[in-house]
Ligand binder design. Structure first.
Ligand SMILES: C[S@@+](CC[C@H](N)C(=O)[O-])C[C@H]1O[C@@H](n2cnc3c(N)ncnc32)[C@H](O)[C@@H]1O
Length: 265
């Protein structure tokens, strides 16, 4: 993983060189719609409150959980004992990004959603509220964390979320076998080159023209930047959007030529 100063320099370069996020000079109607309805939609949807209350509850919870880490680990904690509050603070997506994912799902209305990396389920809750009748599978390896997320989904009335426990290396193929297609996937765990490329190629077998894949932390490390490069260059990929903290991948044939956007967010 890059050090904090390295990341800060990378972020500054991104910020100075990215398109300004207003849509000026963007000719694709699809991307223009993404900018206006996803990036720049500042509506305070009522669903936001429900999830942010849940986040606040976790932030006040000092219970200690034992974490079994299958991924690239935490950049903050090096022990396998962590409080719920610390997980909520450091692992859950901040509301700016989680709400962006909510707006994407709200706009594209995918019928099947997959999340790799549930943690406490903050983003899962946003995804579910954006499309309550979607088939939603969220995968998590840390048993105690997954159990807590699952318990909270039930208590908070999220009946239709399937929490799949175990290493993605074992569970992803099983979930994919049962799905005819994957319309939306958020890959937010195991931030290393080879696993990320492997999950991408597994997902590719189930994509359709409208599928959307979102990769987290694409600039977090050299390995993740290499994985992002592999993904961007894949022949099936027609368009990508780099928002620095996440990378979004589209497969729509309407993009006759591959297009890569870097947009300030
Ligand atoms: C950044 S957190 C997910 C945050 C969550 N998506 C959110 O926004 O609230 C990443 C999660 O992925 C899990 N994870 C990482 N690698 C994994 C693997 N190989 N198999 C299963 N779970 C894994 C970790 O245990 C961790 O809880």
């Amino acid at each position: 993983m890059y050090s904090a100063p390295q990341l800060a320099i990378k972020y500054l370069c991104y910020y100075l060189t990215a398109s300004n996020g207003k849509g000026h000079g963007i000719h694709s109607p699809f991307i223009f719609q993404f900018i206006t309805r996803v990036l720049n939609d500042h509506t305070q949807y009522k669903e936001y409150d429900k999830v942010e209350k849940l986040r606040q509850q976790f932030l006040n919870d000092r219970t200690i959980l034992t974490i079994q880490d299958f991924g690239a680990g935490s950049s903050v904690s090096k022990t396998n004992q962590r409080s719920v509050a610390s997980i909520a603070k450091n692992a859950s997506k901040p509301k700016k990004l989680a709400q962006l994912l909510f707006r994407m799902v709200r706009l594209y209305q995918p019928s099947s959603i997959l999340e790799l990396g549930t943690s406490l389920g903050i983003t899962t809750a946003y995804l579910s509220l954006a499309k309550p009748d979607a088939k939603l599978f969220t995968l998590e390896g840390a048993g105690e964390v997954a159990a807590l997320a699952e318990k909270n989904f039930l208590v908070s009335g999220f009946q239709d979320i399937s929490v799949v426990k175990g290493n993605f290396d074992d569970t992803l193929s099983v979930v994919l076998e049962g799905l005819p297609t994957v319309c939306f996937a958020f890959i937010d765990g195991n931030h290393r080159k080879e696993p990320t490329e492997k999950y991408f190629s597994q997902l590719l077998a189930k994509i359709n023209n409208e599928s959307v894949l979102v990769f987290d932390d694409i600039h977090w490390s050299r390995e993740m930047e290499q994985a992002w490069e592999t993904i961007r260059n894949h022949p099936s990929v027609r368009c990508t959007i780099d928002l620095f903290f996440i990378g979004i991948v589209f497969f729509r044939q309407e993009f006759h030529e591959k297009q890569h956007f870097v947009i300030r967010y």
